[in-house]
Design a protein around this ligand. Sequence first.
Ligand code: FE
Length: 256
Amino acid sequence: MSTHPENSLQDSVNITKDDAITRLSRRKLLLASSAAAVAPAIGGGLVKTANAQQQPQRFEYPVDREARSAARALALEALLIEKGVITGDTVDTVLSFFETQMGPFNGAKVVARAWVDPAFKQELVKDTPAAIAKLDLPKGMAGAEGEHMRAVANSPTVHNLIICTLCSCYPWPVLGLPPYWYKDPTFRARAAREPRAVLNEFGLNIAPSVEIKTWDSSAQIRWFVIPERPSGTDGISEAELAKLVTPEGMMGVARA
Ligand code: FE
């Protein structure tokens, strides 16, 4: 496809309704694959204010938030094509990358290997990029902040949670794009201040005897969690184990 502005303008004019629907649904697919489908009821709790009054601190989104975001992205794409900044192929290339090269499917393979190979797990915690480099993973694992990743392992006595208090730093190579709630100021603040309560709102009840460690990602370090291997999975193949690993588990807001 030509990048000439006039041709690009023609591209945008030629977007049919079917094209638009296809692209919209593809974005929804991408959003789902990046764990954005999870919509926890974070923020329902009460917080103490300076004057000691209990006030609810909430962050709530309309139920059609994801559809609206996808529609906005589609409109932006059409505008960028119209202005000759990109072509439709540019967007498809980026989408393909997140669908096949960089996403939670990589993280699931890394975690599954850690579950079956204690030595690998040890190295994964000690030198995450070096351990990951030993696996046969897509090229999306290299670069794009992959060199800054660090893994932390859950245990019977420690549960780990990843956040970015500053913005939205996230280990793209193993998790893809962050879900919308990860970037929400209320989630970021409350997960640092009262992680146990926030996890409870995700439906994850951590026993009082288990320590919760919250890891703050940044431009220098991007954390992800190695969940505990689920019980009753002895004898299951590594490939089957990978199917049990969820993005939420690798963020620390779910068990696995
Ligand atoms: Fe950040």
